[in-house]
Design a protein around this ligand. Structure first.
Ligand SMILES: *[C@@H]1O[C@H](CO)[C@@H](O)[C@H](O)[C@H]1NC(C)=O
Length: 202
């Protein structure tokens, strides 16, 4: 995967160089250093395939199955790939988090409810683990939208806890991946009907 990315990056760089007129290049060589950044091309967005990442990164098979089944994987991927977008951050529950509450989809749960629950596992912004210590407020909207689907983040003595109406407070424990525009963090909880007393998700 990295080789492929490196190859794509190399092609992009060559294309950008060819696109710069010769005059601009010679002009640039004579400019003082301080003025050169204005001529630098914007960096190409970093593409990561979320399906590949979650299947290779660790025990996220159950989460990935739900994401694929509900097509939320596509929503996450397009949020990450959106040109000029703010990126995406995924709270990834390990298989054991789903097992502890009997899975995310008990009998009778409608497809759109399961989809809403899966969308609660992502924030529509790039937030590497370190940035959770300095969020402007405790309420963080998720891709599910609406106040009821926001998660509440608390930070104390190096511990980051994330809670919502669909989960008990659970910790964000480590970074799985963090390169803009995509951050993925291991979460000890999950947004599941079994982990709270509410009868059904929004
Ligand atoms: C990600 O990789 C999977 C196979 O591993 C492929 O089916 C899917 O189309 C890829 N998605 C994107 C957006 O590249």
């Amino acid at each position: 995967m990295e080789l492929k990315q490196a190859a794509v990056l190399a092609v992009v760089i060559v294309m950008l160089c060819l696109a710069l007129p010769r005059a601009a290049l010679s002009q640039r060589a004579r400019l003082p250093l301080a003025e050169t950044p204005a001529l630098a091309p914007a960096p190409a967005p970093h593409h990561v395939n979320l399906t590949d990442l979650l299947s290779l990164a660790g025990p996220y098979g159950t989460f990935l199955d739900y994401l694929v089944r509900t097509d939320v994987i596509r929503a996450l991927q397009s949020q990450a790939d959106a040109a000029g977008g703010q990126g995406v951050t995924v709270f990834a529950p390990e298989d054991s988090a789903f097992a502890a509450v009997g899975g995310a989809a008990p009998p009778g749960l409608a497809a759109d409810q399961l989809r809403a629950l899966m969308l609660c596992h992502a924030a529509p912004r790039y937030l590497p683990l370190a940035s959770f210590a300095a969020l402007p407020g405790p309420v963080l909207p998720t891709l599910a939208g609406g106040e009821r689907c926001a998660v509440h983040v608390t930070y104390a003595t190096g511990r980051i806890r994330v809670a919502s109406g669909w989960t008990r407070a659970a910790r964000l424990v480590s970074s799985v991946y963090a390169t803009p525009p995509f951050a993925c963090t291991r979460w000890t909880g999950c947004c599941c009907p079994g982990s709270c007393s509410r009868p059904s998700p929004p």
